[in-house]
Design a protein around this ligand. Structure first.
Ligand code: NAG
Ligand code: NAG
Ligand code: NAG
Ligand code: NAG
Length: 318
């Protein structure tokens, strides 16, 4: 008995080692039947003023790998040069930025072979990843988790710190008018600016948000299909967010002055312009809160997220 157990242990250890070599970290997804144990790759899109290789983002990637060993993490970047990547969070055409992310992901040697990917969006990176789902989704996203994202836009621009000259140069484009073609094609936050007091201008000129939220007369049915096919759309709001105005935008709430309309009471939902109602009915839409100001993320919340929504295919059903 003892010997048999030892033998079994040896065999198990031996086959684990073999398995480890046969399935290196960056495994391709085109083969065998133990595919279900392989965590899906995770794609991260960082927020305004951040860079793809910043310490904080690297820490998040390491945590994702620690919680779900073997996860390939890819951080979306607009440029390999970190300072250009940072400047692209302020300046650029969001439609073109999403197109670049789509091409980079679809042509990545590992991501392109995955049956699906998971996605994690920080702040504006959250609505941009939603743009990826609606417009490309190749490979398709299983779970999209967003932290403090501006899904229903912002009604105020945030102030730049005095030493942040890229931010200040970008914001100088505004000159009080968000609705010119120049601003809509260049200033990133203007492309998700949505002031209810200037709603007609928003509908006419918004280069990004009005389209991705299907708010115009023409509704893109593919956007709706793609969102409703997600396994999970997890919307985290920071309870004490003072950076994003209004903070309820993280939950698609419409805030006009003091009037707050929850998503489920909006036409966007009742007429299901982008598939949120369908997703909600199958249990895939989650509204969560985490304490703290904008992007004050705790390791615990990240760990819980990675455990619940990411990882092996079999854990979170598509
Ligand atoms: C929706 O997703 C599919 C793949 O799942 C993709 O081919 C398509 O481009 C996406 N969006 C639109 C607008 O067609
Ligand atoms: C942003 O880029 C897209 C794709 O190149 C283009 O169709 C659109 O007109 C641009 N937006 C503005 C406001 O220039
Ligand atoms: C927001 O409120 C203002 C003032 O009450 C009103 O004029 C405007 O039409 C409202 N906008 C929307 C989009 O409901
Ligand atoms: C998060 O998960 C990592 C990896 O499993 C673990 O080392 C760390 O202690 C966890 N942190 C918290 C706060 O639970």
């Amino acid at each position: 008995m003892a010997i048999r157990n030892q033998l079994r242990l040896l065999l198990t250890a031996g086959s684990l080692l073999t398995a480890a070599f046969a399935n290196p970290l960056h495994k391709r997804f085109d083969d065998d039947d133990d595919e279900d144990d392989t965590p899906l790759p995770l794609v991260i899109w960082h927020g305004l003023g951040d860079t793809y290789n910043a310490e904080g983002i690297r820490g998040v990637a390491e945590l994702a790998e620690a919680v779900n060993p073997g996860t390939l993490v890819y951080v979306i970047r607009m440029d390999d040069d970190a300072s250009k990547d940072r400047s692209a969070t302020f300046l650029g055409n969001v439609t073109e930025q999403i197109e670049k992310a789509c091409i980079d992901i679809a042509s990545h040697p590992i991501l392109s072979t995955a049956p699906a990917i998971d996605a994690l969006g920080f702040s504006q990176g959250g609505q941009f990843l939603r743009g990826y789902v609606e417009r490309c989704n190749k490979p398709p996203v299983r779970s999209l988790v967003t932290f403090g994202s501006q899904h229903n836009g912002i009604s105020e621009f945030r102030a730049c710190s005095s030493s942040d000259w890229i931010c200040r140069a970008a914001m100088a484009l505004l000159k009080g008018n968000a609705w010119t073609n120049l601003v809509q094609s260049r200033l990133v936050p203007a492309q998700y600016y949505r002031n209810p007091a200037q709603f007609d201008s928003y509908l006419e000129y918004s280069n990004f948000l009005a389209d991705i939220n299907n708010e115009r007369a023409f509704k893109n049915q593919k956007y709706k299909e793609n969102i409703s096919k997600l396994a999970n759309l997890v919307l985290y709001m920071f309870a004490d967010d003072t950076t994003v105005v209004p903070k309820e935008t993280a939950w698609f709430e419409d805030v006009n002055g003091t009037e707050v309309t929850p998503l489920r009471a909006r036409k966007l939902y009742s007429e299901d312009w982008i598939g949120l109602r369908e997703l909600d009915r199958k249990g895939g839409l989650k509204f969560l809160t985490t304490p703290g100001d904008h992007m004050q993320l705790s390791e615990k919340v990240l760990n819980d997220t990675f455990e619940e929504f990411y990882g092996p295919v079999r854990r979170v059903l598509i």
